[in-house]
Design a protein around this ligand. Structure first.
Ligand code: ITT
Length: 185
């Protein structure tokens, strides 16, 4: 049985739908992962996976994700959760007020760990644009200000299954599922 460790129910809902397509069932452990301060999502995700593996004798998945804005040199990136909690979507829109270049990407690093075995990580990335004002009420975090390339809707204007056609999370999960199916007897 696979457990996703996350305090974010939206992450779990999105992941369940993706893994279901591969015939994989996901359980939720609703706890906040331990997050070290680092500039690299993979380092944060793998460290959290290691700590969780020491506590739980289970097959586990954790994910660290963030929004990387090109003209802000990748800010807020690995600090997305803190920036969201402090200044939110409005704070990002303020920073980009007079900016015409609004390219950004969402990235997710999903780390899978199994007792007695190592940890392996899968990256998912989605490029897009930051809109000029908040749009939509679905999803979570920075969803109302991000339009993925290939769509004219923000993530917050999409259903979960629509977001899953574009999202960084879906890409990381698909990579994991393909690997997992090949490597699990
Ligand atoms: P867990 O650590 O418990 O899994 P979290 O929501 O705090 O939940 P992260 O530490 O990975 O997750 O923080 C990522 C932050 O980046 C999150 O708080 C959002 O603000 C933002 N983010 C990541 N993925 C997102 C997505 O799909 N849509 C909108 N915002 C996202």
């Amino acid at each position: 049985m696979l457990y996703l460790i996350t305090s974010n129910l939206n992450k779990f809902k999105e992941a369940t739908l993706v893994l279901d397509e591969f015939g994989l069932t996901l359980q939720h452990l609703p706890i906040k992962k331990m997050e070290i301060q680092a500039d690299d999502l993979q380092e944060i995700s793998e460290h959290a996976a290691k700590v969780i593996l020491e506590q739980y004798d289970k097959e586990i998945l954790v994910e660290d994700a963030g929004l990387f804005i090109d003209t802000l040199n990748g800010f807020p990136g690995p600090y997305s959760s803190y920036v969201y909690r402090t200044v939110g979507c409005e704070g990002i829109l303020d920073l980009l007020k007079d900016e015409t270049k609004r390219i950004a990407s969402f990235k997710a690093v999903l780390s899978y760990g199994r007792p007695e075995k190592g940890i392996i990580s899968f990256l998912g990335e989605t490029k897009g644009q930051i809109v000029k004002s908040i749009r939509g009420s679905g999803g979570f975090g920075f969803d109302p200000i991000f339009i993925p390339n290939g769509s004219d809707k923000t993530f917050a204007e999409m259903s979960i299954s629509q977001k899953n056609q574009f999202s960084h999370r879906m890409r990381a999960l698909k990579r994991f599922a393909e690997w997992y199916i090949q490597h699990t007897p």
